[in-house]
Design a protein around this ligand. Structure first.
Ligand SMILES: NC(=O)c1ccc[n+]([C@@H]2O[C@H](COP(=O)([O-])OP(=O)(O)OC[C@H]3O[C@@H](n4cnc5c(N)ncnc54)[C@H](OP(=O)(O)O)[C@@H]3O)[C@@H](O)[C@H]2O)c1
Length: 292
């Protein structure tokens, strides 16, 4: 099969289209003919091995994975001996495990627990969404967002941010989204009550307070945002932030048992893709993909 192959860290120029062996599904896996895949922030970080210590995870001298791409949608080609949920010809979407080869190839082999049938009526390119939504869901689970609570999402225009806006809305929360000018219309269309342009307005001075402030891009800080928090409010971050300060603050607030700063980490994917399919069919979630 053809695949976008990476054998060393670097710029996108190191990616080469090559012929490689088609994967064989393990017992609990299904082989999917890929119709759509994404390039996302995780792929970009892994390609450049950024930050440097990420090499401890990705591979010290070169990436352990040679094919990137986490999100996919496509058609089942074959199933492993123990896979019971799908059959050849089924239209599916899902997310590849981050440690094994990914979906930027003609075929990908994935555990069936990370796959669901395509949402009814969706095109393949409308269903490559899982990674951003998976992390966004982990954030909302960690902060236990409830109906009627107020959440401000900074960096709301990215894969995680747009998923956060939609999942928070589907939980019945009131969402304030912060992003650059060109994204404001999109954020309103996703249901945000308020969309603030960080390029023309200081979002920390809007004179309102929130149960939760989420930095979905790692470009603001707890100290900048704390005046936006209600007295028992929580600051959640998807990134370590400048000088890894979010990690230090999260450890400190855990020691103090205040949990005022948290870095939510996703756990198991089991059942998540099916949950997302349900939201997509209910019109509560859609993929936001930059075509560039
Ligand atoms: N915790 C985890 O396990 C995990 C997993 C994956 C990703 N992450 C982290 O989560 C963050 C977001 O990931 P993602 O996949 O959503 O990235 P993404 O799709 O690349 O989105 C980032 C968004 O942030 C916006 N942005 C850039 N600079 C900004 C700024 N200064 N202020 C506000 N918005 C800004 C970008 O839009 P414009 O450039 O158009 O403004 C873009 O829409 C990354 O920092 C990544 O490292 C964490």
């Amino acid at each position: 099969m053809k695949a976008a192959v990476i054998t060393r860290y670097g710029s996108p120029d190191v990616i080469k289209i090559r012929d490689v062996p088609k994967p064989t599904p393990a017992a609990d896996e299904i082989l999917v003919r890929v119709h759509a895949a994404t390039v996302n922030r995780t792929d970009c970080g892994e390609l450049r091995a950024h930050p440097f210590f990420a090499r401890l995870v990705y591979g010290l001298r070169r990436p352990r994975r040679t094919i990137f791409g986490l999100d996919f949608a496509g058609e089942v080609e074959a199933v492993g001996a123990g896979a019971v949920s799908f059959k050849p010809g089924d239209r599916v979407f899902g997310m590849c495990p981050s440690r094994s080869n990914g979906a930027q190839a003609e075929y990908v082999s994935v555990p069936e627990r990370a796959v669901a049938a395509m949402p009814a009526g969706a095109r393949f390119d409308e269903a490559v969404v899982c990674e951003g939504a998976f992390y966004a869901n982990a954030v909302l689970k960690r902060i236990n967002l409830k109906f009627g609570q107020r959440i401000l999402i900074y960096g709301a225009s990215g894969a995680i941010g747009t998923a956060l806006v939609q999942l928070a809305k589907s939980s019945g929360a009131a969402v304030t989204a912060v992003a650059a000018t060109r994204h404001l219309e999109l954020l309103n269309s996703l249901g945000a009550e308020q969309a603030i342009d960080y390029t023309s307005e200081d979002f920390t001075r809007i004179g309102e307070t929130f149960d939760f402030v989420v930095d979905a891009v790692g470009k603001t800080t707890f100290f900048r945002c704390r005046k936006l928090l209600k007295p028992d409010g929580v600051f959640a971050a998807t990134d370590l932030g400048p000088w890894a300060q979010n990690a230090v603050l999260a450890i400190w607030s855990s020691i103090k048992r205040s949990n005022q700063v948290v870095i939510p980490m996703p756990r198991r994917i089991n059942g998540f893709v099916g949950f997302l399919k349900g939201l997509m069919e209910a019109g509560q979630f859609r993929a936001i993909i930059d075509p560039k």
